[in-house]
Design a binder for this molecule. Structure first.
Ligand code: VG1
Ligand code: CO
Length: 541
């Protein structure tokens, strides 16, 4: 099999963001572009000679081609074995699990997560390490440095491998092992959760609807929810992964999962609704007429996880990303648990999970997970909710009402301004940063600033420092706002504004109404409307 060493040169803009490298699919399809970045991964991590890697993706457009290219490049650089999901499919949490249970040296996951897919939409690639988690900041920096120094890439010139049949096929000196993408993951879920109780709940007439949004969790949810737990056939909708996600955004929030929201608020609403994103690591939870925000979901799971067998011994601690609401902090305080606030992105939870300092982690962007893998995990969150409901025998709305009665309610919302001009976004943030020292004490609308900082994080395990992770403004009276730019957008810049306000007694307000003073205060401080020319955010979650 001829080995090709192809001369290449650095490509500007191959800097991985919050979750690997994301670009328009057509950018990835340019000759040599994907190859350049894959070789940069191999170079950045010090080579893959003799290694075992896991490979798979969410099935979006170009997944099939990319998997074949990466297999040939792994063989050309001396990998011993690549474990790949059948047809090139693996959800992000299932890939994380496979890396761990197979003792692999790392893995490559193909996905742009919740971004739409197709030739004119988005594609992405990320490298995960031997613990199953996203590359740390340090490794990400090495991959980026390699992408700036690259001179050549290596690839085998050979025909494609058939990835539809399970089993082993040699590729040069490397072994390609095609595995069932669901089996090992489903086995892990059976260990963590009380499938018997959940089955009994479903037999009692409890109805659920899981919307896989035409993305990767379809096969996982059909196997686990319908086949193993006995949910009625058809409970999982949009269950067949499609390269363009049926033309939609596989983003599990009330905006993009509007069909699920409509079903859960309709006359014949099921008892429980859930959805997951393109690569299966995000989740959305909704009860009959009752949407649960991701920040509240994290708090409820932290308060009740001990009801599931996998967490019966209690939690070692909890962690949230800094912009995630402080609802979970109240649970941690009440239960005497450690609580960490990290920068945005799952990679910052890795050390806390590895060191046994945190058991449960979550982000406001619909990501929740635990130490069972090193990624957030959509179906896991759904199963933990079902396990809790099966034990409590309460509706989602009752669980929320009791939770707020015990801990109070933190009203929370995120406002996204998408595809704004990069220079406008950058100057908004840099002007805001410049103004931070003068902010404390300053009035902003009906509120006044208590503290203002550019969030920096020192990892308590390895001491590494991440700076400039978002502007955090606390107001007198306890409200808080965070502003940061997205690291995963592929068009212009996306400004994210995170808003919260605690209320200890009134739990039934509309969040946008409850947050109105915070929204006005942020605009007074940052000048969002005047600078961007946008009267409203593009997406409110
Ligand atoms: C977004 C979310 C962040 C999440 C990241 C990856 O990043 O805000 O919480 O970790 O996406 O999620 P940003 O930089 O655009 O705000 V996904 O489901 O890759 O996998
Ligand atoms: Co995702």
């Amino acid at each position: 099999m001829p080995l090709r060493i192809i001369p290449t040169q650095p490509i500007a803009g191959q800097k991985p963001g919050t979750s690997g490298l994301r670009k328009k699919t057509r950018v990835f399809m340019q000759p040599g572009y994907l190859e350049n970045f894959v070789q940069s991964i191999w170079d950045g991590i010090g080579g893959i000679q003799g290694q075992t890697l896991v490979l798979g993706g969410d099935g979006r457009y170009f997944n099939d081609r990319a998997v074949q290219i990466i297999l040939k490049m792994a063989a050309a650089s001396g990998a011993a074995r690549v474990i790949v999901g059948q047809n090139g499919f693996l959800s992000t949490p299932a890939a994380s699990n496979l890396i761990r249970v197979r003792g692999a040296d790392g893995g490559v996951i193909l996905s742009a997560s919740h971004n739409p897919g197709g030739p004119d939409e988005d594609f992405g690639i990320k490298y995960n390490m031997a613990n199953g988690g996203p590359a740390t900041e340090g490794v990400t920096a090495k991959i980026h440095a390699a992408s700036e120094a690259i001179q050549q890439y290596r690839i085998l010139e050979t025909s494609d491998i058939d990835l539809s049949a399970l089993g082993e096929t040699p590729l040069g000196a490397m072994m390609v092992e095609v595995v069932d993408p669901v089996a090992a993951y489903a086995a892990l879920m059976e260990k963590l959760f009380d499938f018997k109780s959940i089955r009994a709940l479903l037999e009692s007439g409890f109805r659920l609807r899981f919307d896989a949004m035409h993305a990767i969790t379809g096969p996982y949810a059909v196997e686990i929810l319908e086949r193993r737990l006995g949910a009625a056939p058809g409970s999982v909708v949009n269950a067949v992964p499609s390269p363009d996600f049926g033309g939609g955004h596989p983003d599990p929030n009330p905006v993009w999962a509007h069909d699920l929201m409509a079903a859960m608020h309709g006359p014949d609403a099921p008892d429980f609704g859930a959805a997951s994103d393109g690569d299966g690591d995000r989740n959305m939870i909704v009860g009959k007429g009752c949407y649960v925000t991701p920040s509240d979901s994290l708090a409820v799971l932290a308060a009740n996880a001990h009801l599931a067998p996998g967490y019966a011994g209690g939690l070692k601690g909890v962690a949230r990303s800094m912009p995630t609401s402080c609802a979970v902090d109240r649970v941690a305080e009440a239960r005497g648990m450690a609580c960490y606030a990290t920068p945005t992105g799952w990679k910052f939870f890795g050390n806390l999970l590895d060191a046994g300092r945190a058991t449960l982690c979550g982000e406001e962007s619909a990501g929740t997970g635990s130490d069972h893998v090193r990624e957030k995990d959509g179906l896991w969150a759904v199963l933990l909710w079902l396990n809790i409901l099966a034990v409590k025998r309460q509706s989602v709305a009752q669980v929320m009402a009791e939770h707020w009665a015990e801990f109070g309610r933190t009203y929370y919302s995120r406002h996204d301004y998408e595809a704004i001009a990069t220079d406008v976004a950058n100057s908004l943030m840099s002007d805001l940063r410049t103004a931070l020292p003068g902010m404390p004490g300053r009035p902003a609308g009906a509120l006044s600033v208590d503290t203002a900082e550019d969030f920096a994080y020192t990892d308590p395990v390895d001491g590494s420092v991440a700076t400039a992770q978002g502007v955090q403004i606390r107001f007198h009276g306890g409200a808080r706002a965070v502003l940061r730019l997205s690291g995963t957008g592929t068009e212009g810049a996306t400004l994210r504004v995170y808003l919260e306000r605690f209320d200890g007694s009134d739990f039934l307000q509309d969040p946008q109404v409850a947050l109105a003073p915070v929204i006005a205060a942020v605009d007074a401080l940052a000048g969002i409307a005047s600078r961007t020319g946008r009267a409203e955010p593009d997406v409110i979650t």
